[in-house]
Design a protein around this ligand. Structure first.
Ligand SMILES: [Zn+2]
Length: 434
């Protein structure tokens, strides 16, 4: 059994690495293109959402502008109203002023008249004023007569003057009231003008905002066109790469079938020779491997950082073999053998390769160091890419898929990332005990 396992590994290592690498490169490229396409699609969705938001913002600003314009119209009407009132008040002031002028003139004329009357009263005594008239009395009784006469005249004159003064005063009061009214109106007008300016400032701001929103929307729409173009290009690239992968896989499968056929023939020859040499041991061994279908339990979870990946014995160690290097260890066991994650990690790949067969690759981060573990030739896989696994969690069953002859697990451990040259491969037995 171990002989067939070793033969299988020899075949695995005989796969021309250039083919595997270029196929792997193509697959990686396809994954990269798909990831990029997903990014671009999400960019498109994001930008579409952005455009919707911008449109609703635009609508809001446009409504605000509408309201502002209504407010401005109301304000403008008020300004017209107040200006008309001010003009009317100005006219009132002018007419009151004119009335005051007329009244003043009338008072002046009356004063003139009163003076003339006083003079005519004193005609007998020459150019004397009231006092002189009084002081010019030759006797006390004459003085009394003169006093009462002057008083009567003065009183009558004073009534007229008082009346005029009163008229003048009430006109002046009316004038100052109207002027106060005019001041109030002017104050209101000034406030309205201030409101008008504020509304204009708001309107300008909203218009700037609206223009900015228009610009942003235009950019976003332009971006979407670019993204859609990019998405179309990526889709075409992806189709091309998928076709190239199919062609390469067919070519590899053909080459592999030819190789497998030759190896099987060689194995049959070797088995026949072995059978001849020791019939009893060969038959017991072959019966145990072919008939045993018992389920083997998964390895116990160890306390170390890395766990053994499956039950079984190490049928091939790490390192040089036939002038080639073996980049992992082989663990062989018969029956249904669970294969488990060697440590906590994230499944980076779970796929079928022509050389590895069903293979799971897990990335681990241990104390800041990345490790990659590889579980090849699996019969079946129970995890998928992106899945988080814990140490000892089953990833599949041991099998005989890909370049393998006889059931075994080909297990690799890489300090760092996996690469086609397997330059980071380390001996797993330095990290875990079997
Ligand atoms: Zn191996």
């Amino acid at each position: 059994m171990s002989a067939t396992v070793i033969l299988g590994l020899g075949s695995l290592l005989a796969v021309p690495s250039a083919y595997a690498e270029s196929l792997q490169d193509m697959k990686d490229k396809k994954v990269m293109i798909q990831e990029k396409r997903t990014d671009v699609q999400s960019n498109i969705l994001e930008t579409e959402t952005k455009i919707k938001n911008l449109q609703s913002q635009q609508l809001t600003v446009e409504e605000q502008l509408d309201q502002l314009e209504k407010n401005m119209t109301v304000n403008a009407n008020k300004i017209i109203e107040k200006t008309a009132e001010i003009n009317k008040t100005n006219a009132e002031i002018e007419s009151l002023k004119a009335e005051i002028v007329v009244l003043k003139d009338r008072i002046a004329k009356r004063n003139e008249l009163l003076k003339e009357r006083a003079v005519s009263y004193q005609e007998g005594g020459g150019n004397l004023n009231y006092l002189e008239v009084l002081l010019g009395a030759s006797s006390f009784s004459e003085f009394i007569d003169r006093v009462s006469a002057v008083a009567t005249i003065v009183e009558a004159d004073q009534d007229i003057i008082k009346q005029h003064e009163q008229d003048k005063k009430s006109l002046e009061e009316a004038q100052s009231a109207v002027e106060k009214k005019k001041l109030d109106l002017e104050k209101m007008l000034a406030e309205l003008e201030k409101v008008k300016q504020q509304l204009q400032v708001q309107k300008n701001q909203q218009e700037v905002l609206l223009a900015e929103l228009h610009k942003q929307k235009e950019h976003a729409e332009h971006d979407i066109v670019g993204f859609e173009e990019e998405a179309a290009n990526l889709k075409a690239q992806e189709t091309a790469v998928a076709q190239a992968i199919q062609l390469e896989q067919k070519r590899l499968a053909d080459a592999e079938a030819a190789r497998k056929k030759a190896a099987a023939e060689a194995a049959a020859v070797a088995a026949a020779k072995k059978k001849q040499a020791s019939i009893s041991s060969s038959s017991s061994s072959s019966s145990s491997s072919s008939s045993s279908n018992a389920t083997v339990s998964a390895p116990a979870v160890s306390s170390g950082t890395f766990n053994r990946p499956s039950a079984g014995y190490v049928s091939s160690g790490f390192g040089g073999r036939w002038g080639k290097s073996h980049n992992g260890i082989d663990i062989a066991a018969s029956g249904t053998v669970p294969v488990v994650a060697t440590a906590d990690g994230v499944v980076i790949r779970a796929y079928t390769s022509s050389s590895y067969g069903n293979v799971v690759m897990i990335s681990h981060s241990i104390n800041g160091q990345t490790f990659t573990s590889v579980y090849a030739h699996l019969n079946s896989m129970s995890v998928s890419a992106g899945q988080v696994v814990s140490k000892g969690q089953q990833v599949g069953y041991m099998g005989n898929t890909g370049h393998s002859y006889g059931q075994h697990l080909h297990f690799e451990l890489h300090k760092g990332a996996w690469n086609a040259a397997k330059s980071n491969a380390v001996n797993p037995l330095n990290y875990l005990s079997m």
